[in-house]
Design a protein around this ligand. Structure first.
Ligand code: AHR
Length: 510
């Protein structure tokens, strides 16, 4: 490890002169500088009819491991540990061919269709009612993306009626007939998915065209239920697309989506991608600030209200799609084994989201089981992949409010990347602080001086994750093993071990 010092302040990296004590990092947390609320839905998840994510992943009717709903009990238990407060479905790209009526009603009457996106067939045993049941079982809000490829605005509006209708209209009654007298109250609705993409079954690659069609979808869906929140399809880093779309749709766009997949297994490049993501979020903050916090002059003739509150970013797919440990990418073969270094990148990625909590409405990891996923299954059981651990740890222990944190850290050898990546959060009106620190160095511990300003706080302990090597993995072929070591920390904690993820807890002194 070089003795240069890298300093990250609100995402920006600057260098400092070499010093004799440079191996010790200095972390400053400004308890008197609370930032934005962190959406609890930042730890959301995504399931798609793709490979074995749903069928054979979370859902396997007839398996001795499944409950009477067909939900895999072993998987459900792990999903609850991830505690996703939002679950997105049915896609993804699959959305573009999904007709929701194929997947409701008696199983024997569900329609089987060719899968025009990925080949094979779709026989629809897991449809809207099963999705809602799954959301309820794990305590997540449902988020549904509608079909703007082969579907119509009317079909999407009928879906809103089926889910949320309270009257005696046809689709509300159909839901009742299918056994759900109470409305599902689905609040989040996505207008399509990656609509700029050409090689799939989409048809709206021009942003102006997308905006025009999406407006019609928005109107019909909002007329069914004015309380729903809409996510319009954005494109990460495509300013022209995002600007055109939001200029037109911002009065009804509660969120604009962006997808981020990191596609490298080369460690430095992976961490470089996380740093680039941090900078991209800075750019998004400026971009979103260009739209009014409350739309003005919205005609009452629409018979539904405009958006309230600023447009937020919906990172409704994020993940590592890099082939995994020794893997190679095959079209739509999205099952991979994650290494411990992938998990370190995921923790840094979560830190970056905490630093930008003010603009992020929610995030849903892509995807929950088997498909580029934290949970891997086979017929005999399931495992928590390495990346599962930071996702679960952050969801469980991080606070609900961002707090300013600075770190002066040694750099990783030969890079402009700090070894330590730090973000802080608070709970309970700053009574508790959680300082998240990722030591990304493979072999060296980093001692740290930690100063909390703006209040009297005591370190009371924490949680630490480590693994025996950067390339350590868990696998469904070794069901009983877990390479990740979890440790409760004492209040005397002083240094961050190599390749570790640590959440330190501070309590304010009464
Ligand atoms: O998550 C896998 C796929 O990646 C999704 O279907 C699509 O939206 C994205 O390109």
């Amino acid at each position: 490890m070089k003795t240069n010092i890298g300093r990250r302040i609100a995402g920006a990296l600057t260098t400092m002169a070499l010093t004799a004590a440079a191996q010790t990092a200095t972390i400053t947390v400004q308890a008197d500088k609370p930032g934005a609320q962190i959406s609890p839905q930042l730890y959301g998840q995504f399931i798609e009819h793709l490979g074995r994510c749903i069928n054979g992943g979370i859902f396997e009717p007839g398996s001795p491991l499944s409950d009477t709903n067909g939900f895999r009990r072993d998987v459900l238990e792990k999903v609850c540990e991830l505690n996703p407060r939002l679950l997105r479905w049915p896609g993804g790209t699959f959305t573009k061919i999904y007709h929701w009526q194929d997947g409701v009603g008696a199983q024997s009457e569900r329609r089987c269709r060719p899968n025009l996106i990925r080949g094979g067939e779709v026989d629809n045993p897991f449809g809207t009612d099963e999705f809602i049941r799954y959301c309820r079982a794990i305590g997540a809000e449902p988020y549904i993306s509608v079909n703007m490829g082969t579907g119509s605005a009317e079909e999407a509006a009928n879906w809103v009626e089926y889910c949320n209708g309270t009257g005696t209209t046809y689709f509300a009654e159909l839901r009742r007939k299918h056994g759900s007298p109470e409305p599902f109250r689905v609040k989040y609705w996505g207008l399509g998915n990656e609509e700029e993409a050409d090689p799939d079954c989409g048809r709206l690659q021009d942003p102006a065209e997308y905006a025009k069609v999406a407006w019609q979808f928005a109107k019909l869906m909002k007329l069914q239920d004015p309380a729903i929140k809409l996510i319009v399809a954005g494109v990460g880093n495509n300013t022209n697309w995002n600007t055109t779309v939001l200029k037109s749709l911002h009065p009804v766009a509660d969120f604009i989506s962006a997808h981020w997949y990191f596609r490298t297994t080369q460690y430095t490049n992976l961490l470089g991608s996380v740093a680039a993501f941090d900078r991209q979020l800075d750019a998004y903050a400026k971009f979103l600030a260009g739209f009014p916090a409350e739309p003005k002059g919205f005609s009452h003739w629409y018979r539904f209200p405009p958006r309230t509150g600023p447009v937020k970013l919906a990172i409704d797919e994020w993940g590592l799609w890099n082939g995994g440990a020794g893997g190679r990418e095959v079209l739509w073969n999205l099952e991979q084994t994650y290494t411990w270094q992938d998990a370190l990148a995921v923790a840094s990625w979560l830190n970056a989201m905490h630093r930008h909590a003010d603009i992020i409405g929610f995030a849903t990891w892509a995807q929950l089981a088997n498909v580029i996923a934290p949970i891997q299954t086979d017929r005999n059981g399931s495992v928590r992949q390495t990346i599962f651990h930071p996702l679960a740890l952050y969801a469980k222990h991080c606070g609900t409010q961002a707090v300013a944190a600075h770190c002066e850290s040694p750099w990783l050898d030969g890079t402009a990347l700090p070894a330590l990546d730090v973000a802080a959060t608070a709970n309970d009106r700053q009574r508790t602080l959680t300082v998240a620190v990722v030591n990304r160095h493979a072999t060296q511990a980093v001692p740290a001086r930690i100063e909390i300003t703006g209040g009297a706080y005591t370190l009371t302990g924490g949680h630490e994750l480590t693994a025996p090597s950067m390339l350590a993995t868990n696998s469904v072929t070794r069901l009983a093993e877990d390479c990740v070591r979890t440790r409760q920390l004492p209040a005397s904690f002083r240094e961050f071990p190599p390749r570790s993820i640590t959440l330190l807890t501070y309590e304010s002194k009464p």
